[in-house]
Design a protein around this ligand. Structure first.
Ligand code: PLP
Length: 419
């Protein structure tokens, strides 16, 4: 029986006769030699296929609807470029994401700008670039835009509303519940909408809600539609992102088709016919196309067996942030029988720097390659320099060819800002 990790690896993964993993035709031992470890490896064809799956699922059912990729899930210029090439717009939160989206060649009209604390500088970058939609989170956004938008222009905006939907995801990634720091309650949103409608610099186009992230049941996402409809009739309804991605053998998030059908059924029931629907998937768009390849640096057999790798919370904060579970395997020994329960830990000075606990593996040796599956979302995003860690490269693989789209940081990079 093939190793179960294949179920959650990118679609282009396979196992050689000697038990070594290949991703999109590239052997992982070759990738480790060429690019070093840790490395984030992206199956480019799988990434493109997922973008197309989303676009087709939505536009085949509703031609004037559109998908914008939530760049924060994998804010690499190369990933944004793939999305642009696949006909997907870009949701950007923050000046850097706007600038990288522009470098990726996005049509500014297809950008949606978010943020609960947008600065004047960021809004200036957005307005100067000619972004399609700015999502207003608070009245200060309106004050700033009224100062920034030139007298002969009007900026199209949406207003972010708290839909009062408490989803069954981890509290740290819920955003649509009463008391959320994101968006406005319905009465406050209604007041701000009136102000925007009277503004000579802004054009009120619609409303937005985002319930949270890693949500498995699409009915929880669709539950935001009726509260948005209650705010009035608009041209645009942006229903956010949030669909769960599959990380583990026992997780089964809804399919893209199932998710889109649930949203559009709610839209048909509550929203004006012909309104433009936007969705903003992030995690579920990119997670399954990438893996992280580590080398085992230490195996400590003591009270427990600690398998320490050459990365950790410097390249994956998802475990520490909201206890995300991952699956992993020894990438060069996929035919070996799993015989011991281990704790996979990182190299950082925190007891919380645990990648997987427990994990059943063959008898692990120093220098074994460990592949952690489904690491495309929010890993590169939140990579950091804790303990002088050099952030890993992002490597695209396709048809047996590999190319780094982001190189590993160098020691010099770590001191580039020293004055
Ligand atoms: C406004 C907004 N849209 C979309 C997303 C993407 O969510 P996900 O990555 O869960 O699909 C987020 C994530 O936090 C968000 O804040």
């Amino acid at each position: 029986m093939p190793h179960p990790i294949l179920e959650i690896l990118p679609t282009g993964a396979s196992i050689d006769d000697d038990g070594t993993l290949r991703i999109a035709g590239c052997r992982v031992d070759d990738l480790a030699r060429e690019f070093g470890t840790p490395a984030i490896i992206v199956d480019e064809s799988a990434l493109r296929a997922r973008a197309r799956e989303y676009r087709t699922a939505l536009t085949s059912r509703r031609p004037n609807a559109r998908v914008v990729f939530a760049s924060k899930a994998f804010p690499a210029t190369a990933v944004q470029r793939v999305m642009v090439e696949e006909g997907v717009g870009l949701d950007v939160a923050g000046g850097g994401e706007i600038l990288s989206a522009l470098r990726a060649g996005v049509d500014p009209a297809l950008m949606v700008v978010h943020g609960n604390a947008k600065t004047t500088e960021e809004l200036r970058i957005a307005v100067d670039a000619g972004v399609g939609l700015v999502v207003i989170d608070n009245s200060d956004d309106v004050d700033r835009l009224e100062r920034l938008v030139p007298a002969d222009k009007r900026q199209d905006v949406l207003v972010r509303v708290i839909p009062e939907v408490e989803s069954s995801t981890h509290p740290h990634v819920q955003t649509g519940q009463v008391g959320s720091k994101f968006g406005l309650t319905a009465p406050a949103a209604a007041r701000l909408i009136e102000r925007i409608q009277a503004s000579p610099r802004l054009r009120m186009r619609g409303v937005h809600a985002h319930v949270g992230s890693q949500i498995m049941d699409p009915s929880e996402l669709a539950a935001a539609v009726a509260p948005l409809a209650a705010l009035g009739t608009f041209d645009v309804y942006d229903l956010g992102g949030g669909l769960g991605a599959r990380y583990t053998y026992d997780e089964h998030p809804a399919s893209v088709d199932g998710y889109v059908e649930a949203l559009l059924a709610a839209a048909d029931a509550h929203l004006p016919a012909g309104a433009e629907i936007i969705i903003e998937p992030g995690r579920s768009m990119v997670n399954g196309s990438a893996v992280t390849l580590y080398s085992v640096t230490t195996v400590k057999r003591d009270a427990r067996t600690f398998v320490a790798v050459d990365g950790g919370m410097g390249d994956n904060l998802e475990v520490a942030l909201f206890e995300q579970r991952y699956e992993a395997a020894l990438a060069g020994r996929l035919h070996d029988e799993a015989v011991e329960d281990v704790v996979v830990v990182g190299r950082h000075c925190e007891s919380g720097d645990v990648l997987i606990d427990p994990l059943r593996l063959p008898e692990v040796r120093v220098d074994d390659l460990l592949v952690v599956a489904a690491t495309g979302a929010y890993t590169h995003t939140m990579a950091n320099n804790y303990n002088g860690y050099r952030r890993p490269p992002v490597v695209f693989v396709r048809d047996g060819e590999a190319r780094a789209v982001i190189r590993r940081e160098t020691w010099d990079d770590l001191f580039a800002r020293d004055l």
